[in-house]
Design a protein around this ligand. Structure first.
Ligand code: SF4
Ligand code: SF4
Length: 482
């Protein structure tokens, strides 16, 4: 295809945005970000008024003072980036295959389904729980854990690092098995000259100096589930007797952050009705307690639960996200790390040009294993008979896996096919979709405006960094979100 051929051009599928005085388009087909110079902006503006032939576009550009060489080159560039099309119909997405045999990269081991807290919103125990743990082991034994490590090594790509993430219930209630897994997996990786990484999520109540030393010594990434200062945290993160857990965990978290210097320590906040002071929570966790990163997620629940966030609450959350994102940008322009991980995770996806067939790796690049050895699409589906994708002793049930992945594929989500945010959203979390709509493959249509608003904000931040401090973008080359 050259601009000299008689062709009628029209706009491709993109989301336009401006940042720091520069114009950009986010290209939906390729998930690329393209900065418009004056010539390309003039072509795009002309096509926004209606389709035009190549001759008309060249005349338009030269009449605006651009050279004919520049105009031809720009048409070719915009065409090859899919920012403009010449009449052909393209499939809604470049990605049409279900990646059932993609190597496993991350295995989440739910070491126990028991917890010493009784957080009312917990998806494992709360009113929206999917788990059917009756009659199954409460703690993963060493044999199941060892089989899980072997399973990961068998299914992971030898050339890229494999990852084991420990989860619960409360993960540290089964610390002895966690320790055995780290030692065994590290030894096996050394024998096979492979690379392995570890991370864990904890409520921090059971941290001791010895556990912290083990975690630090083994470079284990830690995410602490914590909802903010005492008043916010103690609303729902309580022991069985109703007592809040803040006073128990705050000193342990301080000690963890002081002693564990080998990996950044993250806080993961669940926002609920009445716990939506995003900025206050961020300041406390980042500045008072010293977490390196703080990430927020609105609670996953049916809308009628008492702790659900209503529409006004979600608007307040989004507006505070925007304020923190503006602050993040100022930090980035000064080459400082801000720590609001919701921005970092989205910027990484934009920077890496990720164009998702599925909202996350659940069911192919990432799987969960429960204490019973059942394989689940991710940690949130562990112990749910309905969602099991096999057993660690017998392997993956490929038919069930294919069904899960077909349902969750963007090609199956017709409502998403005209949405410009689909490369990063792909319909949203399978678990939330099941809780809300009873189908893991249903797009999470209740938060589309929110997702598009947030993705638009992150594009704006990305464009401003790209225009004003492009070397900062190196921070996003390797980063991975959930
Ligand atoms: S769920 Fe909504 S925001 Fe996400 S891709 Fe689909 S239509 Fe877009
Ligand atoms: S986004 Fe949802 S389905 Fe995917 S890994 Fe996270 S919790 Fe599981």
């Amino acid at each position: 295809m050259t601009a000299a051929e008689p062709a009628v051009y029209r706009l491709g599928e993109f989301h336009p945005f401006e940042s720091a005085g520069h114009r950009f388009v986010y290209l939906v087909q390729s998930a690329g970000i393209f900065e418009l110079d004056e010539v390309s902006a003039s072509v795009i503006d002309r096509l926004a008024r209606g389709a035009a032939s190549s001759q008309e576009l060249l005349e338009h550009a030269t009449a605006a003072g651009f050279s004919s060489d520049d105009a031809v080159g720009t048409l070719e560039e915009l065409y090859s980036a899919h920012a403009i099309l010449n009449g052909e119909v393209r499939a809604p997405d470049g990605i049409q295959h279900v990646p059932s045999h993609v190597p496993l990269q991350t295995l989440v081991l739910n070491l126990t389904n028991q917890c010493n807290l009784s957080c009312q919103y917990c998806y494992e125990y709360g009113q929206d729980k999917l788990a059917t743990p009756e009659g199954k082991p409460k703690f993963m034994d060493w044999e199941t854990a060892k089989q899980s490590v072997d399973f990961l090594f068998e299914h992971a790509n030898r050339r890229s690092p494999a990852q084991i993430t420990f989860f619960g219930g409360e993960t540290l209630m089964n610390f002895p098995v966690l320790k055995q897994v780290v030692e065994y997996a590290r030894g096996k990786a050394n024998e096979e000259s492979r690379s392995i990484g570890f991370s864990l999520t904890t409520n921090a109540t059971l941290l001791t100096p010895a556990i912290i030393d083990f975690i630090a010594g083994n470079h284990i990434g830690v995410t602490v589930s914590m909802d903010g200062p005492k008043e916010a945290h103690d609303k729902l993160r309580v022991f069985a007797n109703g007592r809040g857990s803040y006073d128990i965990i705050a000193p342990k978290v301080r000690e963890l952050i002081a002693r564990h210097r080998t990996r950044p320590i993250a806080a993961r906040v669940t926002l609920t009705g009445g716990v939506t002071d995003v900025i206050g929570i961020f300041r406390h966790l980042k500045n008072d307690l010293g977490f390196h990163e703080v990430g927020f997620a609105p609670v996953t629940t049916s809308p009628d639960r008492l702790y659900a966030i209503n529409e006004a609450g979600m608007d307040a959350v989004l507006s505070q996200f925007h304020q923190l994102a503006d602050e993040y940008l100022q930090f980035a322009l000064r080459n400082e790390l801000h720590g609001f991980s919701n921005v970092s995770d989205t910027l990484a996806e934009l920077h890496q040009g990720i164009n998702k067939s599925h909202p996350c790796g659940a069911g192919f690049g990432l799987m969960g294993v429960g204490p019973s050895g059942d394989i689940a699409p991710c940690h949130r589906f562990v112990d749910s008979d309905q969602h099991a994708l096999g057993h660690i002793s017998t392997g993956i049930d490929r038919a069930k896996q294919a069904d899960f992945l077909n349902r969750g594929h963007i090609a199956s989500k017709y409502d998403c096919h005209t949405c410009w945010a689909r490369p990063v959203c792909a319909g949203g979390c399978h678990h939330e979709a099941f809780v809300r709509y009873g189908d893991t493959g249903h797009p999470n249509l209740h938060y589309c405006d929110w997702i598009r608003g947030w993705t638009g904000k992150c594009l704006h931040i990305y464009g401003a960094i790209a225009a004003q401090n492009p070397s900062y973008l190196r921070h996003f080359a390797e980063r991975r979100g959930e």
